[in-house]
Write a protein of this length. Sequence first.
Length: 317
Amino acid sequence: MLEVGLFLVGFVLLVKGADWLVEGASSIAKRFDVSSLVIGLTIVAFGTSAPEFFVTLIAQLKGSSNIALGNVLGSNIANILLILGAAAIVTPIRLQRSTVWKEIPFALLAACVLLVMLSRETLDGIATQTIYRSDGLILLGFFLIFLSYSYEAARTSSAEAELPELPVTTASLAVLGGIIGLALGGQWVVDGALFVARWLHIDQTFIGVTIVAVGTSLPELATSLAATAKNRTNIAVGNVVGSNIFNVFYVLGVTAVVRPYHITSAVTIDVWMGVIASLLLLFLLFLGPHHLLNRSKGIFFLLLYAAYLGATYWLKQ
């Protein structure tokens, strides 16, 4: 059962590797007088999606597109239903106007764009479940638009991010350790997921959207719960919504350019669930007190997530 052990260790390496990479790279950037704004929009933002990126990339290179796409879709669904649901139970979350009217619709757009790309058979009569390199370039184009918006939004904000500053040697070792940790962790998680799928005779997509997706979302879960407990609810929501946008436009965009996705119809329910989760998040913010995710909505999200897992397991057997 060595594979299962490495599978679990892989998740730890993914989480710690992302932390080391962000701390080391941020410190080096600060020493070169790079502004906290730019560091936050690039290194820190990319770092929080590093586990998803490395797992998805390695799965793609191994030809396991169902695990790769399942990881992204499952992470986005878990971010909304599991993480925001749990955070809302800890403390009701009131969202800023810009989050409701700009960031969440952008995350919904990401889910809808992916749905369109995987609906060629319905829309064009082309019997294929493929995300081509051209699709990846389109996703990266949307990502550049989002980066431009994020830069303008952050530039007009008075808040400065608190970023670590380590000695150069320590920072360099942290970057190196982070990259190695992410690479090894991603390799072990993908290999472990393939082993578990074969061992239990479970569809690879199910493993991708459940165990792998939740594991790679651990940094978002920890950050959101910690921020909510400290009543910094905007950080909790921004972390989740930003991660969902990054996962589709950046992670899928880059990995599709590296190698096109050839997937089975097993992902259909997950693609639709990603759209439904994003729509529900937007709709519920206008049901009852405006722009508020209270405990009852959080409980609803968690119950819906449990129902989704049950339906996914049943449909993919």
